[in-house]
Design a protein around this ligand. Structure first.
Ligand code: BGC
Length: 687
């Protein structure tokens, strides 16, 4: 018997049960007499959430402000696996620095609809991009003796009725689209924990699903860590206990009444659940603790809110910003020559970190765009700010007098005030300024947990304002700042320059300023398709969102999610998946299949920087309709590089509803700079 197994034999049933359910809203019970500590959790995923009292959602921390990292969407927009790893290192170090054992992230659910309120936490519509970003992110996190907790397993793709909605999905779509990110988290990232989703999957709660938790996660993928329930995702003692659920967490403070507390003890005592089932769970927890060095004297210490972490946050933000359009090379602005600049829009001066649901953070600072731009321009330029439209304002509850719930009730929201004066003021100023930047989009009153948006229309009548501003100043630069796509169709054709920023963390305003002012060459690419209108997205075109009266949502679009649907249905997106411009230009040439061997088919192509500044380029390789490989490199102007890609059988495979098959024969290869900007085509023979 090893140490862990011996420890198990010394535990009483009550002690075991204490280790597998919440004894606090973010911790389990330890067993002090045996030196077993409690397991401490924290949200996730853009930083370590503030401290709460053990048994109430009342913030109680004093020194708990952390580094606010770029959101999942921003990280995916970098298309940079090295940065994902670095962001993971920071998140892990900060979680450990705050004394946590498990950080509740990353959130990697597929962006099936642009309306999902939690899209800002999630990464992409594409399983390959998610997998590539997730695995290094998790490895980075776990280097600090902290467990990642990849969430929400699985098919948690909407907030509407999230606690009950039953997802009906075919096997092909499940395997090809919705699971690869989780599979990579387990197999490549070696995540120590997985969080089950709230929703039902094929008739069963995800947290009770033997299909998800036992057959797929453990038997097929070989997961050896612990499964944690989403907070309140367990609904039945026996069902969850018999499935692979290990730790039940919830948001209420009746800890002894959790399904895995007294009711589980009773179920074991009267033989409805076997003690062997409990032992499996406790072993998973003990093994997890051992992996995290919780029993050893030399566990890593971590640290938080240090200058290096802010630098890393900046580096990710810097590569997350996407230049969508730049007619006549309007951007970058010349900081040296700029004497007067007008900035319009609520998001120029709004802080985003503090709200949004469980991903909210207590931060020491957040550089918003107005501060970032003003700070960079310095005293030689007169920066004028006009809010332009009114959005809600909010105030955090006083923690001493209010109890808060995790569902965004921790804020008092004040509705927007009448804003005609703001609008007229902005339009007048825009006519008087040569250089104008509009910074609008969404905020966390739209991009938030528990709610989906009703449509893609920009809130606060921004469309109307943008149109009027463009009428008086056609060169106005537009920055959209949001966690999910918005309808830009009313003005996108008229605007000359459009920049996109996801929630990009505490240094987002600096990064945006640097990209706008030319200190940085943008290199972000869309991790999702931006459509002209909502019904262009598959789920909406077939009316399968947010599900029917019967409480079921049918993913009838199958694997045609994101660009796969736009391609199959031949719909022109506003900006396609993978799109992102640079201040320089790149060219691709010389597609070659130069070798076939036991490792796969080896392909090469040449990429050249033909513009006039250094930049980063992301070369995307699609097999048939699917993104399969991408590479991001730095290339100085005038330079070229040969890129090599190896395609293995997995790259040619699809799921036939029962198993993966990689058809022999010719496969079409497309290489380019977005799913719609394909520069090279060829075929490889898979034998
Ligand atoms: C969210 C999880 C989060 C948990 C703990 C739930 O409402 O869905 O993502 O980690 O709360 O705050």
């Amino acid at each position: 018997m090893n140490k862990i197994e011996i420890l198990l034999t010394r535990l009483t049933l009550e002690e075991k049960i204490g280790m597998i359910h919440g004894a606090g809203i973010f911790e389990t019970a330890g067993v002090p007499r045996l030196g077993i500590p409690p397991l401490k959790f924290s949200d996730g995923p853009m930083g370590v959430r503030n401290e709460f009292m053990r048994d109430r959602w009342v913030p109680c921390g004093k020194n708990d402000a952390i580094t606010y990292l770029p959101s999942g969407g921003a990280l995916a927009a970098t298309w940079n696996v090295e940065l994902a790893y670095k962001q993971g290192q920071v998140l892990g170090a900060e979680a450990r620095g705050r004394g946590k054992d498990v950080i509740l992230g990353p959130g990697i659910n597929i962006k099936r609809t642009p309306l999902c309120g939690r899209n800002f936490e999630y990464m992409s519509e594409d399983p390959h991009l998610i997998a590539q970003i997730t695995a290094p992110l998790i490895r980075g996190i776990q280097e600090s003796d902290v467990a990642a907790c990849v969430k929400h397993f699985a098919v948690n793709n909407q907030e509407t009725k999230r606690m009950t909605i039953d997802v009906k999905i075919d096997e092909k779509a499940l395997r090809e689209i919705y699971l690869p990110g989780f599979e990579a988290a387990v197999k490549e990232g070696k995540t120590h924990t997985v969080m089950c989703a709230y929703n039902k999957f094929r008739g069963h709660y995800a947290g009770h699903s033997t299909e998800l938790l036992d057959r797929i996660l453990r038997d097929e993928w070989g997961f050896e860590g612990a499964v944690v329930s989403d907070w309140g995702a367990v609904h039945d003692t026996e069902e969850a206990a018999k499935a692979g659920m290990d730790i039940e967490m919830s948001y209420t403070s009746d800890f002894d009444d959790y399904y895995f507390a007294k009711p589980l003890l009773a179920a074991v005592c009267d033989g409805r659940v076997s003690e062997a089932d409990i032992d499996k769970k406790v072993l998973n927890v003990l093994r997890l603790m051992e992996k995290l060095n919780m029993f050893s004297g030399n566990r890593k210490r971590g640290c938080y809110n240090i200058p290096e972490h802010r630098k890393a946050a900046y580096n990710v933000a810097a590569e997350s910003i996407i230049l969508l359009k730049n007619e006549g090379n309007l951007l970058p602005l010349n900081a040296e020559k700029l004497k007067k600049l007008l900035i319009v829009g609520d998001n120029a001066a709004r802080f985003h970190a503090e709200i949004g649901g469980s991903a909210e953070l207590k931060v020491l600072y957040e550089i918003h765009p107005l501060l970032g731009i003003s700070g960079r321009l310095g005293g030689n330029c007169e920066v004028t700010y006009a809010r332009g439209y009114a959005a809600e304002t909010y105030e955090l509850f006083d923690p001493n007098t209010h109890d808060i719930s995790p569902e965004l009730n921790n804020v008092i929201i004040y509705p927007p005030k009448p804003d005609e004066d703001l609008r007229e003021e902005a339009i007048k100023l825009a006519g008087e300024h040569e250089n104008v930047i509009f910074i609008g989009g969404l905020n966390h009153l739209q991009d938030r947990e528990c709610f989906d948006r009703e449509d893609m229309i920009l809130p606060y009548r921004q469309d109307e304002l943008i149109e009027r501003l463009l009428a008086v100043n056609p060169n106005m630069i537009i920055v959209m700042h949001a966690g999910s796509p918005v309808d830009m169709s009313r003005w996108a054709n008229r605007a000359k320059a459009i920049m996109w920023s996801y929630y990009a963390g505490c240094e987002g305003g600096h990064a945006l300023a640097d990209v706008l002012l030319g200190g940085l060459n943008p290199s972000g690419h869309l991790p999702e398709t931006f459509a002209v209108k909502l019904t262009d997205y598959a789920a909406h075109s077939i009316g399968e969102f947010p599900g029917g009266e019967d409480g079921k949502v049918r993913y009838l679009e199958g694997d045609k999610v994101g660009y796969r649907h736009f391609d199959a249905a031949d719909i022109e997106p506003l900006f396609p998946f993978g799109h992102g411009l640079s201040y320089t230009q790149f060219e691709l040439s010389e597609f070659k299949v130069y070798k076939y061997d036991i490792f796969g088919s080896h392909i090469s192509c040449k990429v050249e920087n033909i513009g006039n500044c250094d930049g980063k380029v992301t070369v995307q390789l699609y097999v048939g309709e699917n993104l399969r490989v991408f590479k991001k490199i730095t290339l100085s102007y005038g330079k070229q590089e040969t890129l090599k890609f190896t395609l293995t059988p997995a790259h040619f495979a699809h799921h036939d509803g029962e198993k993966w098959v990689a058809p022999l024969g010719k496969h079409e290869i497309r290489i380019g700079f977005s799913s719609r900007d394909i520069r090279l085509k060829g075929t490889v023979n898979y034998e």
